[in-house]
Structures are given as structure tokens and as C-alpha cells.
Design a protein around this ligand. Structure first.
Ligand code: CUA
Length: 341
């Protein structure tokens, strides 16, 4: 469309708004924490390189096709004295051309696509590789480190510069595991084990999120990857593998009793106590977590209290119901759980 005197004002306004939006989104995307094109590890780099290659091939196709289209429209436009043009049907040369050219382009794209998929889903091997079993749940992520005796949730700790081999599965519906800056986008499918790997080249906290619509709180199924130095990771792993700390403060001791005597133990495990439920996250070291509830809340006493008072209010549809806990029960549970460092 070419804008002129006759163009309705609302069309011009809508177009202007659209252009502003495009500019804003482009600006946001370059600094967004989930920008998969600003990669921080080799797995993500490999995937981004494939994306960029295909993107530029698509741009070239677009430019060539649009150029021919525009040239044709101008060159063969109807002029004042034109009658009906000669009627033709088919053109063997063109038909063969526009069949063979896309075939060649797709064949050219297929080779790096297949090799990238194969590299991204091959389980890495070597003495440095750390194995993690990833299990998607509605709506949180469970991370088990079988060789280190650790079970945690929503917070995947990894050492910088080492490959992390991931076995991805699900306890219920289909989810999708992806850490945009580190790679590894893969489906978590019932009764199937999918493998992928990630590696971080820089220490930092990388936001991630389930990428498969998986129910009411799909948008609240976030997690973080904490990449740290080898020493920091080992210290973390040693702490996580230890049984739960004994409650110290009177409030925490009261909280321990509320936990053990209530519905909590039906769903949660705290290593070193009688709590051995398997429905919800293992809470042995919940006090050490940076986030809560599918990484939707910051882990602090205030937000933990908000969660305990009404879980479905934070995460609609959450399997953890509103237990109608009293203020005192919540206060003591918060003290207990926050001491589980
Ligand atoms: Cu799990 Cu979306």
C-alpha cells in the first residue's frame, strides 16, 4: 500500500503503531534474558548458528521473490489501450525451475539441520560430564543428580565449562525444557526419555521456562539455571546431598511439628525426616533456593507466607491446595522451611 491523500487516518495510525511496536520489540529482544541469539554456551551457539543460517536464506528468498513480483506488477501493468493479453497455460521451464530451486534450498538446509539435531540430542560422554535427570511436573521442574545423590527443583545448578547431560521426562503431561541462552530445547514426553545437553561458559543465573502449553499454569512453570565456578558448585552439591538441618529457633521447631503432623508429608520429602511424599518438590534444602513455586516468587519469608496461605492464588490450578493454614501455622512453617538451607 502506498500512503497518499486518500489513505484513511486510522490505517496510517495503525501502521505507525505497528512500526513503533516492531522497533520496541526489536530493542527489547536484544537485551531480553531469554534471547536465544545472545548465547552463553556451545549447545546454544550451535542452535543459534543454524537459526541464523536459515534466517538469511529465507531473507534472500524473500528479496528475490518480492523483487520479481514487484517488477512483474510494474512491467506488465495494464495500460490505457491494452486489450485482453494472450492466454497461456503452464510453462515447462518455469515449472521445473520453481520445483528444483526450492528442492535444492531445502536439501542445503537439511544437512546442517540434521547434524545439529544429532549433536544437540547426543548424550555427551567424558569424565567431566554431569548427569541430570529432568522431570517435568504440572507446574514445576524436578532435577535429580543420580551420581551426586541430589534431588532438587526449579533451580538447576551447574559448574561453568562442563557439559551437563540431561535425561528429560515427565511425570504427567508434555512439557518442554529450554534454557534460551544455554540451549537444549526438548520435549518432555510421557513414557519417553529424551536426551540433550547444555553448557554455560559464563557464571550467572539464566532464566528458563516450560515451552509447551501444559495446562492452566504453563506460564508459571519457570526455572533458573545457576552456573557457578567448579568450587562453588561442589560446595553447593555437598550441602544439597546432606540430610536436612535440624530446626533451631522455637518458631522453626514448631514449624517442624506442623509439617510432620499435617498434610505436608503426604506430598513432600525432607531427607532425614519422616516426610517422604513424592507428589511435590523435595524440600530438604528449600531454604537455600533463590526462588519458589516454579520460580514465580523470590524465596523470602514474606513470599513464602503468601504461597503457603494460598498456593492456587499464586499458581492457578496448583496441585497443592489452599490448606487454610492459620497465621501462626504459616509463621512457624516459614521459619522451619527457611532454616532448611
Ligand atoms: Cu510445562 Cu508448560
Amino acid at each position: 500500500m502506498v500512503f497518499g491523500v486518500g489513505t484513511p487516518k486510522r490505517v496510517m495510525l495503525a501502521t505507525a503503531r505497528f512500526l513503533v511496536l516492531v522497533v520496541l520489540l526489536t530493542g527489547c529482544a536484544s537485551s531480553a534474558p531469554g534471547n536465544a541469539l545472545v548465547t552463553k554456551g556451545p549447545a546454544a551457539e550451535m542452535e543459534a548458528a543454524l537459526y541464523v543460517l536459515i534466517f538469511w536464506i529465507a531473507v534472500a528468498v524473500f528479496v528475490v521473490v518480492e523483487a520479481i513480483l514487484i517488477w512483474t506488477a510494474i512491467r506488465f501493468r495494464r495500460r490505457a489501450n491494452d486489450g485482453i493479453p494472450a492466454q497461456t497455460h503452464g510453462h515447462t521451464g518455469l515449472e521445473i525451475g520453481w520445483t528444483i530451486i526450492p528442492f535444492l534450498i531445502l536439501a542445503y538446509i537439511a544437512i546442517p539441520t540434521l547434524t545439529t539435531i544429532s549433536s544437540a540430542t547426543a548424550a555427551p560422554t567424558g569424565p567431566d560430564v554431569i548427569k541430570v535427570k529432568v522431570i517435568g511436573h504440572q507446574w514445576w521442574w524436578e532435577f535429580q543428580y543420580p551420581d551426586l545423590g541430589i534431588v532438587t527443583s526449579d533451580e538447576l545448578h551447574i559448574p561453568v565449562g562442563q557439559k551437563i547431560s540431561l535425561d528429560v521426562g515427565t511425570a504427567d503431561v508434555i512439557h518442554s525444557f529450554w534454557v534460551p541462552k544455554l540451549g537444549g530445547k526438548i520435549q518432555a514426553i510421557p513414557n519417553q526419555k529424551n536426551t540433550t545437553w547444555i553448557q554455560a561458559d559464563e557464571a550467572g543465573t539464566y532464566p528458563a521456562q516450560c515451552f509447551q502449553l501444559c495446562g492452566l499454569s504453563h506460564a508459571n512453570m519457570r526455572f533458573i539455571v545457576v552456573a557457578e565456578t567448579k568450587d562453588a558448585f561442589q560446595a553447593w552439591a555437598k550441602n544439597q546431598a546432606a540430610p536436612a538441618a535440624q530446626p533451631v529457633s522455637p518458631d522453626a521447631q514448631a514449624g517442624g511439628k506442623v509439617f510432620a503432623g499435617g498434610a505436608c508429608i503426604g506430598c513432600h520429602t525432607i531427607n532425614g525426616t519422616a516426610a517422604a511424599g513424592k507428589v511435590g518438590p523435595n524440600l530438604t534444602h528449600i531454604g537455600s533456593h533463590l526462588t519458589l513455586a516454579g520460580a514465580t516468587l523470590t524465596n523470602n519469608p514474606e513470599q513464602l507466607a503468601v504461597w503457603l496461605h494460598n498456593p492456587p492464588g499464586v499458581k492457578p490450578g496448583s496441585i497443592m491446595p489452599n490448606l487454610n493454614l492459620t497465621d501462626d501455622q504459616v509463621k512457624s512453617l516459614v521459619a522451619y522451611l527457611e532454616e532448611l538451607k
